[in-house]
Design a protein around this ligand. Structure first.
Ligand code: ZN
Length: 439
């Protein structure tokens, strides 16, 4: 066996069986955004267009396809990772600058080293040594040193360095055909993949918003007024327009989006499940995640803010904290409001009934300033009053915990306030008390 064939891709990793210790968090949010240009996609002439997506609406006897304004999951992920980069101290060179290259082409990074870019010592070593490191080692180095990539995932797909490619050419010419699989990592380039522990949906209009016509786009025309300059240009025979009209497609809509967070993945190798960071560091990263999440839920995302800073109201957030063998996600927040809440509650109940080792705590946050507040409160009162027929316990408006069986109940906490901060605080408190119970 040659040295090359003992390379890392053929090496079998010792995969550890890992018990889930941290909860899975799923979030559905509903917002209203007025006059926004948060996610533009293209410019055709002097028109720049808002992103739109196809959306299927079910009707009584058939279905309809509609095109609606949207923000991409990439837009939300970029905002979230930018917040992490702002708060975190362990962040790599490009993530710190909110350019999420994530070491995707280490051969390119090597060229940057030559141009004397100021990388930190660990990153310099990684770039210099990557050809001799296994996937596991590369992942470990990045997890340890860049929280954005530990949490947001990354994909290293580096081409073979030029020198080894030419060497490779010479060797394949002399070697027998069909032996390509024995190429070393050095000759093949590097492929290292880490799946993100956070998932983002697109941000799309809600069904009730579409039903009631509360989702639309409009083209705003603007002209740079420069009468004198235009006269000078004309008299000088300068043909490019000085007074330029331009058009921007803006959107106003009810919107909804989902975020899922698997806290159990933080700091663990995706190759072996091996723990790579200290417990204290993991707790610190979890705190950073919630800081970033708070900004996101408060409407800190998207572009086009220099002239189209949007009017955003976060109306409602439904969040589940689940512990156990199944990853429970809230229902799509784009459903009609009542369906979104009731379906999530019923699904949570059925998950807990079917899976003994699963516990779910739902948090429903309602903005005091939202017009839907009284409607949602009536809905919740209806839920609680149903307890007489279901034999469920009523602990009051703030806590409603239907019984699953003799020992377990589904916890629902209702928070109404003017800041999502209270919701985030409640989740952090729960995680802290869970940890103390474990001790
Ligand atoms: Zn990074």
């Amino acid at each position: 066996m040659s040295v090359n064939s003992q390379n890392s891709t053929q090496q079998l990793y010792n995969i550890q069986v890992k018990k889930r210790e941290h909860p899975f968090i799923s979030i559905g949010a509903r917002i209203i955004a007025n006059v926004e240009a948060l996610n533009m996609v293209e410019s055709a002439g002097n028109l720049s267009r808002h992103r739109t997506v196809p959306f299927i609406v079910a009707e009584k006897d058939s279905y309809k396809l509609k095109w609606v304004p949207a923000l991409s999951g990439e837009t939300l992920a970029h905002a979230f990772q930018s917040h992490l980069a702002d708060f975190g101290d362990k962040v790599c060179y490009f993530c710190k600058r909110k350019e999420f290259l994530k070491h995707s082409a280490l051969d390119f990074y090597k060229k940057l080293l030559d141009s004397k870019l100021q990388f930190e010592e660990w990153e310099k070593n990684l770039i210099n040594e990557y050809e001799n490191k296994s996937e596991l080692e590369i992942e470990k180095e990045i997890i340890k040193n860049c929280i954005v990539e530990d949490i947001g995932g990354f994909l290293v797909a580096s081409a073979a360095p030029e020198h080894s490619t030419s060497k490779n050419k010479a060797s394949t010419e002399s070697a027998a055909k069909g032996k390509n699989e024995e190429k070393s990592d050095k000759e093949r380039g590097k492929m290292v993949r880490r799946t993100s522990i956070v998932q983002f949906s697109y941000m799309i209009p809600t069904l009730d918003g579409i039903d009631s016509g509360a989702s639309t786009t409009d083209v705003q025309m603007q002209v740079r007024m420069a009468n004198n300059a235009q006269n000078f240009a004309t008299s000088l025979g300068y043909s490019n327009p000085i007074q330029a009209p331009y058009n921007k497609e803006i959107a106003s809509s009810t919107y909804s989006f989902m975020v899922n967070l698997d806290l159990d993945g933080i700091g663990y190798s995706s190759y072996t499940n091996e723990n790579i960071i200290e417990e204290e560091e993991r707790n610190r990263r979890i705190d950073l995640i919630f800081k970033a999440l708070k900004l996101l839920l408060d409407g800190n995302f998207g572009a086009g803010k220099s002239r189209y800073n949007p009017f955003i109201l976060t109306e409602l957030v439904l969040l589940s904290v689940s512990k156990g063998p199944a990853l429970f996600t809230v229902s799509p927040p784009s459903l009609r409001m009542d369906d979104f809440i009731l379906e999530t509650v019923e699904r949570a109940k059925s998950y807990m009934k079917e899976i003994q080792a699963l516990s779910i705590h739902l948090y429903l946050w309602i903005n005091e300033a939202a017009e839907i507040k009284s409607r949602v409160e009536r809905l919740i009162e209806g839920l609680i009053n149903k307890k007489n027929t279901d034999g469920e316990t009523n602990i009051g408006l703030k806590e409603y915990s239907p019984k699953i069986d003799d020992k377990r109940e589904l916890k629902i906490t209702i928070i109404s306030s003017r800041s999502v901060g209270e919701l985030i605080q409640a989740i952090q408190n729960e995680l802290k008390s869970q940890k103390q119970e474990q001790k």
